[in-house]
Write a protein that binds this ligand. Structure first.
Ligand code: IMP
Ligand code: MG
Length: 172
């Protein structure tokens, strides 16, 4: 299996800064709760949350797992739940990637039980061709083809999350 450079760290950082500005603009007068989806979204959430320092924002963490190797298992297991009260609040789900949309749909359903005033989705990466659920991310870093990538939080069998750049699987 070979991976080749795809999105540089500098490009990622610049794009996250832009997304932060958009969120700051859209959330004027609100106190959003960022919900970082572990494990993959933690580098993105860290940068995005700090790109929104002008907001009176909070962050919480939730853990789900849906992938083994390079293909989806279709099953979403929620391992670690949210303890913060979200009733009446603006919740921003922060994801590394929206692929089939199963994970994010599952999370939206789960979070809606807590009666937030609104749920927004921020995802670093989005594979529109792979989407099977009717979800539309509000903030997208990069729309990419239906290919497997690693780096900047994204893993292959738990490895590669600490890469600063994003790499794409080379097909031969
Ligand atoms: P979904 O439920 O199919 O939308 O998949 C969401 C989860 O699958 C993401 O949060 C990732 O953890 C994982 N995933 C999807 N595509 C990739 C990829 O290209 N590389 C690494 N992980 C991926
Ligand atoms: Mg994820």
């Amino acid at each position: 299996m070979t991976f080749e450079p795809y999105i540089s760290h500098a490009t990622i950082e610049a794009r996250i800064a832009e997304l932060g500005k958009e969120i700051v603009r859209d959330c004027q007068g609100k106190s959003p709760l960022f919900v970082c989806v572990l494990n993959g979204a933690f580098p993105f959430a860290s940068d995005l949350f700090r790109a929104c320092e002008e907001l009176d924002a909070e962050i919480a963490f939730i853990r789900v797992q849906s992938y083994e190797g390079t293909s989806t298992t279709g099953k979403v297991k929620q391992v670690l739940g949210l303890t913060d009260k979200i009733e009446g609040r603006t919740v921003i789900i922060v994801e590394d990637i929206v692929d089939t949309g199963n994970t994010i749909q599952n999370l939206i359903d789960h979070l809606n039980e807590g009666r937030p005033s609104e749920i927004k989705i921020a995802t670093l990466l989005f594979k529109p061709e792979a989407l099977v659920k009717p979800v539309t991310p509000d903030y997208v870093g990069f729309s990419i083809p239906k290919k497997f990538i690693i780096g900047f939080g994204l893993d292959i069998n738990k490895k590669g999350r600490n890469l600063n750049d994003i790499y794409i699987l080379k097909e031969d």
